[in-house]
Design a protein around this ligand. Structure first.
Ligand code: DAH
Length: 338
């Protein structure tokens, strides 16, 4: 029996030392100390021994059991330490490796110009207003003194959704919405998308405008000129000359279009300015009394100016972009330059 104990002992200790990981060590534990394990079995066989041998054998078998358990515990502690060490090496980070540069997104040139315009006008006391891109013909035309037979309402230019609803053709309907919802004094700009049935090198069916509106007592054409001059000088530099050309819009009287000295050739004449030396950038004027009547402002008491700037053109001039379609192709090689 003693030989038997010794055999079990040396086999068990051998297997414990050789266990490569915790799960195999646990198996060894079951194999020797479990309910059907070798040591347990030996203890059970004790009953067949002569009575005087039992205490001696029992003591030895229990000692063996304790020894195996102790060895297993210490081996387990060792293996756990190894595993932690292994994990630490495997998961360690080499802080001396060069980093992976994350791809940084870029703001679209239109967004950049919108933001610059917003900053300039906020500095002049204007607030930002918005309106829906899907508009009613009332806000887009009627209230802006554009009667039903006005050429701008021709099916050629406007995307109609039905008789009453359309994609706004300009940001001017935001003027109407602002005036319907607040009393003077009003100083707002309204940036946004506008839509027209046009598509070629210089026209896109969707493009961008910023509308401006200032209404108060005693607002004059001089205020309009001063504000637009400040705007152009901040956007393109104080050396940029402006020219106010008489024009016509149904919602302003008098009306003027504003040209700036060509920022590409400096006025000498080039392809961009069609050799005229000037570039048209916006329409403007003094708010028509009929528009004030439509929104319930007293035209005897209040005057105001309004303007509408084409933002795509400004962005093209600012960044030297030649084809308007580049703005909408979302070519990453183009966009990442800004
Ligand atoms: N809405 C006009 C257009 O899209 C631009 C414009 C002209 C806006 C004169 C105005 C204005 O506010 O006063 O062509």
């Amino acid at each position: 029996m003693k030989d038997e104990l010794e055999k079990v002992r040396s086999a068990a200790l051998e297997k414990i030392v050789r266990s490569p990981d915790i799960s195999q060590l646990t198996q060894v534990q079951v194999e020797y100390l479990g309910r059907k394990g070798a040591v347990t079995r030996l203890l059970r066989q004790m009953g067949s021994l002569p009575a005087e041998e039992r205490p001696v054998f029992g003591k030895l078998a229990n000692e063996l059991k304790d020894e195996i358990q102790k060895e297993i515990d210490s081996r387990r502690a060792e293996l756990e330490k190894d595993e932690i060490a292994q994990r630490l090496t495997a998961e360690s980070v080499d802080v001396t490796l060069p980093g992976i540069r994350p791809d940084i997104g870029h703001l679209h040139p239109i967004t950049l110009v919108f933001e610059e315009i917003r900053r300039i006008f906020e500095g002049l006391g204007f607030q930002v207003a918005t309106g829906p891109e899907v508009e009613t013909e009332y806000h887009n035309f009627e209230a802006l003194n554009m009667p039903r037979d006005h050429p701008a309402r021709d099916m050629q230019d406007t995307f109609y959704i039905n008789d009453e609803v359309l994609l706004r053709t300009h940001t001017s309907p935001v003027q109407i919405r602002v005036m319907l919802s607040q009393r003077p004094p009003v100083r707002v700009i309204a940036p946004g998308k506008v839509f027209r049935r046009d598509d070629d090198v210089t026209h896109s069916p969707m493009f961008h405008q910023v509308e401006g509106l200032a209404v108060d007592e005693n607002i004059t054409l001089g205020d309009l000129k001063g504000v637009l001059e400040a705007f152009v000088h901040r956007l393109y530099g104080p050396q940029t000359a402006l020219r106010f050309r008489p024009s016509f819009f149904p919602f302003t009287e008098p009306s003027a279009e504003v040209d700036i000295r060509c920022v590409i050739c400096g006025g000498g004449g080039c392809r961009t300015c069609s050799n005229s030396g000037w570039l048209e950038i916006l329409g403007s004027g003094m708010v028509h009394p009929k528009v004030f009547e439509a929104v319930g402002y007293d035209p005897e008491r209040y005057t105001g100016f309004a303007f509408g700037v084409g933002v795509d053109r400004l962005a093209m001039l600012k960044y030297g972009i030649e084809d308007i379609r580049m703005l909408y192709e979302n070519d990453i090689r183009f966009l990442s330059q800004f």
